[in-house]
Design a protein around this ligand. Structure first.
Ligand code: ZN
Length: 99
């Protein structure tokens, strides 16, 4: 018996997203996480839970469907939004300036 997949878009199910974030924060992923909290790869802000976003290294590519995910890195919301699809964006190069 197999369980039918719901959705089917590239982001996968909410269960897939949860697994991805758990992996990003895990020590095994190599991003400096301790299983709960992990630094954003761009600004080094520690993020966890809903603040942790899976930033695709190659925008538009697949996240991958099982760990180790080849195309994701941990990011905070502001960096993930600021970077968007610009692979040349860097936190220091395009600083998020507080008004
Ligand atoms: Zn950040």
């Amino acid at each position: 018996m197999t369980t039918p997949r719901h959705g089917g878009d590239k982001r996968g199910s909410s269960y897939d997203r949860r697994l991805r974030k758990d992996w990003l924060a895990s020590p095994e992923a190599g991003f400096g996480g301790d299983g709960t909290v992990v630094p954003c790869v761009h600004c080094k802000t520690l993020v966890s839970g809903p603040d942790l976003e899976a930033d695709r290294i190659v925008p538009g590519g697949s996240y991958g469907f099982a760990p180790p995910y080849p195309n994701v890195q941990p990011a905070c919301g502001p960096c993930n939004k600021a970077r968007s699809d610009d692979v040349t964006w860097t936190y220091q190069g395009t600083a998020i300036v507080a008004a």
